[in-house]
Design a protein around this ligand. Structure first.
Ligand code: AMP
Ligand code: MG
Length: 354
């Protein structure tokens, strides 16, 4: 398939919208990462997204809308809390998991009776949705399992030849995916951390918010024996776990994610020790002739880390490094926690403590 590379001009977005309306696939920029979009109400088009990404079909998609009133097609339930969240955070990187209306295809929601919805804070994305005149289901525009694309060139590297068109816009401002908040239970629950934090959400609805157990298990892994952590994946509920197996609410949490081609290890501990351990391991491996890449952000520069993390992974892969050594970020529930969630998954929970 020949993939058209489009710009963010009105004419090009109009063309892209026509492709979506006709059941085709278009990648487009949002403020978080690039999305791979299809008409959310067209099961066949959504099926083609799974195919293009190589995404497991039980991993549901986020449905993107351009006006708050569009939510009426997707969900019947709008509580006071949901309305305040929409008022406070949309357009923006907060996805709400809500009860779904029967008109939303099972294909879009991975067979769940809930639907994940957000309004992106990106002019090009909002214009595309408006002109396509339908909600757009869009997972990240990468091959399933590889780092999320935050630049047009990342999308082209993964999707050229697999989809109808790519809107090649600016680099994404945020750099990690949206916070996913489940609003269908008793207590609002964060299923995926992002730059909108638990604290931000609590301040908006004046109510306690909790983290899904799968996320806390991921966090716990950082304080256990690294030997035991290597190769495991938080939230993975495999057959060997037996009938009591822990099942994550967000199906996406059980899959291998964001993995660079290089072998990756996260070094955790006191900052000075982390730095010297990275230096030591780098020198050691380079002596053997291996090419080593390092990811070490400024200590409290969480926003910058979120912005740069995925693009760094992709750049290091492009440089052909054999090994990536990454310094852990110490932030238990803020933006640094969201970055750590991606970093640990990228490394397959391969952690060394110092
Ligand atoms: P991505 O499309 O790559 O941004 O990933 C979307 C994330 O949202 C995945 O982790 C999904 O599992 C999660 N998600 C989407 N819809 C739902 C839903 N209805 N309930 C729970 N999690 C969802
Ligand atoms: Mg993704």
């Amino acid at each position: 398939m020949k993939t058209k590379i489009l710009t963010t001009s009105e004419k090009d977005i109009r063309e892209a919208a026509g492709i979506i309306a006709a059941g085709g696939l278009v990648a487009f920029p949002t403020e978080t990462v690039y999305g791979l979009g299809a008409n959310a109400l067209d099961a066949k088009a959504v099926g083609a997204v799974y195919e293009a990404k190589g995404r497991p079909s039980d991993n549901p998609m986020i449905v993107h809308i351009a006006r708050a009133s569009d939510i009426g097609q997707l969900t019947p339930m709008l509580s006071e809390d949901i309305v305040s969240l929409i008022d406070n955070f949309w357009p923006g990187p907060l996805t709400l998991v809500l009860k779904k209306k029967p008109g939303v295809p099972d294909r879009t929601t991975g067979g769940l009776d809930t639907v994940a919805v957000r309004m992106p804070d990106s002019e090009a994305a909002l214009r595309l949705i408006t002109l396509a005149d339908c909600p757009i289901a869009a997972p990240s525009a990468n091959i399933s399992g590889s780092p999320s694309p935050t630049r047009a060139k990342d999308v082209i590297a993964d999707m050229d030849g697999r989809i109808d068109a790519i809107i090649a816009g600016d680099d994404c401002r945020v750099g990690i995916e949206s916070t996913v908040l489940d609003m269908t239970g008793e207590v609002p629950t964060i299923l995926r951390p992002g730059i909108i934090t638990a604290e931000n959400i609590e301040a908006a609805i004046n109510k306690e918010v909790k983290y899904d157990e799968a996320l806390l298990r991921g966090a716990e892994l950082t304080s256990i024996d690294p030997g035991a952590a290597a190769g495991s994946d938080a939230g993975e509920a495999s057959a060997k776990d037996g009938p009591e197996a822990f099942r994550p609410k967000s199906p996406g949490m059980k899959y291998k994610h964001y993995a660079p081609k290089a072998q990756m290890t996260v070094i955790e501990g006191r900052r000075d020790k982390v730095k010297s351990e990275i230096e030591r391991l780098k020198a050691l491996n380079e002596r053997l002739g291996l090419k080593v890449g390092v990811i070490l952000f400024e200590e409290k520069a969480f926003i910058e880390a979120a912005h740069d993390f995925f693009s760094k992974l992709r750049d290091l892969d492009e440089e052909g490094v054999d090994l990536i050594l990454a310094g852990a970020m110490s932030d238990r529930d803020g933006v640094g926690f969201a970055v750590m969630n991606r970093m640990l998954k990228s490394a397959g929970y391969n952690i060394a403590r110092v």
